[in-house]
Design a protein around this ligand. Structure first.
Ligand code: NAD
Length: 475
């Protein structure tokens, strides 16, 4: 299979191609056009040309087309989820039941929101101020390889619904479903040029895109290192930066033990551990630490690792060989820093012949981790849990905040007062209390500190995809 760029509604061949492979067995899935600055220029020009007519449509007209796209995604859930699983190694139980259906929800939701964009009025004795919101123009949307389809739609849906046009660049490691998104958008009736898709590598394709002078806003999801680089290359533009995380999952002695255990296992091992909001630092109060560690290790040992297309697989392969090497390097590092390897590790897994070449790693648990160790401070982005004991509430908050990142956080306690106190003091863009990460599309999604700038979701998406204008009228 060949995947081309999609520019102005038409496939555009690459000057060169790269391969995208199935991480479960290294089979080549497609040859993908390798974008360069010329491709980017053509895509931005198409988006710029398409902008006036798209922005001039009424929100209801746009909403109808956006909704069509949501319906088409729903119709294609089996195809899209299988393609996503093959391209990324994310398990089919996640892609089919959660991630691809959520992509359809994104379009349905923003079809509603765009028809009800609100504003503010500030009347005084002499003047009336009110706010108008205008689309920004051409937006660069850049996605990572973990949950790529959902992340892309999370950007494309508000971007287009609010009247902007887009150039979408997916990760070179997971381009397949985005290519389908471009085709489905055309099928939904979204005019040519409104959504353009370019494929390729960060420096060759992503950088000319963010630096392009006709791009007015950049919505980026990816690593903190790339986010920093993009801000420098892009210059003055509107930004939404959804970056890395190393989120604390704090369990107090008065927590509902079994529910906290379930959620802790889920938040580090689901999505292969390749999840920006993973609860990768599991902070447990000392009085329950030994019991919790024992049960957590027992659960981790039972997790099924294997074929991501099998319904009962919990952990599939890591996205790439180089990412696998990175995850393994942290597993090697842990014991040298003084952490105890409780289960998992680097030994070969017992896998069928068909998966022997896959990028597999065992679910791994480190206990008695010190928060200043590198395994606790750096984003591993794999199925590696760090259990960290703490003394009391103040100690838990201190450890939770002693980190460069601030994306998500999780607090487990049956004390209402403690829940509110800790939620208020924890340095993170999101805090889930007695809950795993449950997404409400109205909530501000994003992080603080090294985890990002700006928020997306609901009216928070105005920040990057709409330009507010104050009108001041003398009475
Ligand atoms: P990455 O930063 O390596 O790449 C992300 C995207 O940026 C890719 O499409 C890549 O090609 C592109 N890119 C790379 N260099 C570029 C450059 N110089 N200019 C423009 N584009 C460039 O990240 P990744 O490894 O694909 O994804 C994993 C990271 O994403 C993790 O750190 C994870 O936490 C983060 N993430 C964050 C969120 C969130 O919402 N905060 C969600 C998912 C993933």
């Amino acid at each position: 299979m060949r995947i081309e760029h999609l520019i102005n509604g038409k496939p555009r061949a690459g000057r060169d191609y790269f391969e995208t492979v199935n991480p479960a067995n290294q089979d080549v899935l497609a040859e993908v056009a390798r974008g360069d600055a010329d491709d980017v220029n053509a895509a931005v020009a198409a988006a710029k040309d398409a902008f006036p007519a798209w922005a001039a449509k009424t929100p209801k007209e746009r909403a109808k087309l956006i909704r069509n796209l949501g319906e088409l995604i729903t119709k294609h859930v089996p195809e899209l989820s299988e393609a996503e699983t093959n391209d990324t190694g994310q398990t089919i139980s996640q892609t089919r039941k959660q991630l691809v259906p959520r992509a359809a929800d994104n379009f349905h939701y923003f079809a509603e929101v765009c028809a009800h964009v609100d504003g503010h009025t500030y009347p005084t004795d002499t003047h009336l101020n009110y706010t108008l919101f205008h689309p920004v123009g051409v937006c660069a949307l850049i996605s990572p390889w973990n949950v790529p389809f959902m992340t892309a739609t999370w950007k494309v849906a508000p971007c287009l619904a609010f009247g902007n046009t887009a150039v979408l660049k997916m990760s070179e490691l997971s381009p397949i479903t985005a290519a389908r998104l471009g085709e489905l958008a055309l099928e939904a009736g979204i005019p040519a040029g409104v959504l353009n898709v370019v494929h390729g590598f960060g420096q060759e394709t992503g950088e000319p895109l963010v630096a392009h002078r006709d791009v007015r806003a950049v919505s980026f999801t990816g690593s903190t290192a790339t986010g920093n680089r993009i801000v420098q290359a892009a210059g003055l533009k509107k930004f939404s930066m959804e970056l890395g995380g190393k989120s604390p999952f704090v369990i107090f002695e008065d927590a509902d033990f079994e529910r906290a255990l379930d959620a802790a296992v889920f938040m580090i091992f689901s999505n292969n551990g390749e999840r920006c909001t993973a609860g990768s630092r599991i902070l447990v109060q000392k009085s329950i630490y030994a019991r919790f560690a024992e049960r957590f290790i027992e659960r981790a040992k039972r997790i099924k690792v294997g074929d991501p297309l099998a319904d009962d697989t919990i952990i599939g392969p890591m996205i790439s060989q180089s990412h696998l090497a990175k995850v393994r390097s942290y597993i090697e590092l842990g014991p040298t820093e003084g952490a105890t390897l409780a289960c998992g590790g680097l030994d070969a897994l017992d896998l069928p012949a068909s998966l022997q070449k896959g990028n597999y790693v065992a679910p791994t648990v480190f206990v008695d981790v010190g928060n200043r160790m590198r395994i606790a401070q750096e984003e591993i982005f794999g199925p590696v849990a760090c259990l960290i004991p703490f003394d009391d509430e103040a100690d838990a908050i201190r450890i939770a905040n002693d980190i460069a990142y601030g994306l998500s956080s999780y607090v487990w306690t049956e004390s209402t007062g403690r829940a509110h106190r800790v939620a208020a003091q924890i340095e993170a863009g999101m805090c889930f209390v007695n809950s795993q990460n449950v997404r409400d599309l109205r909530q501000p999604f994003g992080g603080t500190k090294a985890s990002g700038v700006g928020r997306e979701g609901g009216t928070w998406s105005y920040e990057v995809f709409l330009e507010p204008k104050n009108v001041c009228l003398s009475l």
